[in-house]
Design a protein around this ligand. Structure first.
Ligand SMILES: [Fe+2]
Length: 251
């Protein structure tokens, strides 16, 4: 089976459309949360995401936009976007977002895979460093954990009692590209497909990944998208200007 891994789309319809146009053939989609927040197309992105399948875990922005998370935990820019999103959501989309399940989610038929937004032990925790990754890698017995939240594409592998970081290498800054990470069956991994709609690893291109459960390979992808349209929508919605400008630098 080939699982398309999408995370942190953040209401960026242009990035999602480019992702789907560039995605290789897949059997189903696993969505790791933060469908909304920051971007200007929450209803369109929810509609498109729901069309793609039923496997979702909720993200902190999905909670914030539906009153499940205190906005005091958010920086002013994120809080402004959450309030704006809350006003935009149709009642049906609000209810759907509000009902998204908390991770970890074990996929039916895939006992060796779990889905989380932040970390297996805490859905809102950021796994950025090898130190952050070590505790969940040692604590979980599931070989593969797919996660999001940090908007950083890559992963961590447990080798003995040492956690090592992995970042895909790319040759260009503006072309569509992919990068394979062959996995070992005797190792434990945390794998982040990166953020579709608001990358923060210095690469502005939409990020996603594909996991092939037969070949046991994670393939990372970057794809350019219509940045200007996404930015113009953010500015036209009177969302904080920085939410538009940051997309150009992937920060
Ligand atoms: Fe996010």
């Amino acid at each position: 089976m080939r699982i398309l891994l999408l995370s942190d789309i953040h209401a960026n319809l242009e990035a999602l459309e480019a992702t789907l146009a560039a995605a290789p053939p897949f059997d189903f989609v696993a969505n790791l949360g933060d469908v909304v927040g920051y971007g200007a197309s929450p209803n369109e992105v929810i509609e498109r995401s729901r069309d793609l399948g039923k496997i979702f875990v909720r993200g902190n922005h999905d909670k914030a936009a539906t009153g499940l998370l205190d906005l005091e935990d958010f920086n002013p820019m994120a809080a402004a976007a959450a309030l704006w999103t809350r006003e935009q959501l149709t009642p049906q989309h609000h209810d759907w977002l509000h009902g998204l399940p908390q991770g970890p989610l074990v996929l039916e038929g895939f006992s060796n895979v779990q889905l989380v937004h932040g970390s297996p032990g805490d859905e809102d925790a950021y796994v950025v460093s090898i130190g952050d990754a070590l505790v969940p890698l040692l604590a979980t017995t599931t070989p593969l954990t797919f996660f999001g939240h940090t908007h950083l594409q890559g992963g961590f592998v447990l080798t003995g009692e040492i956690s090592e970081a992995y970042r895909p290498a790319y040759r260009t800054v503006g072309q569509p590209e992919s990068s394979d990470w062959p996995l070992r069956k005797d190792r434990r991994y945390l794998i982040n497909p990166g953020s579709v709609g608001q990358p923060r690893d210095g690469d502005w291109r939409a990020a996603f990944a594909l996991f092939d459960s037969e070949a046991w390979i994670a393939t990372f992808y970057r794809v350019p998208y219509n940045l200007r349209v996404a930015q113009e929508k953010i500015l036209a919605a009177n969302l904080p200007q920085r939410l538009a400008t940051r997309l150009a630098t992937g920060r």
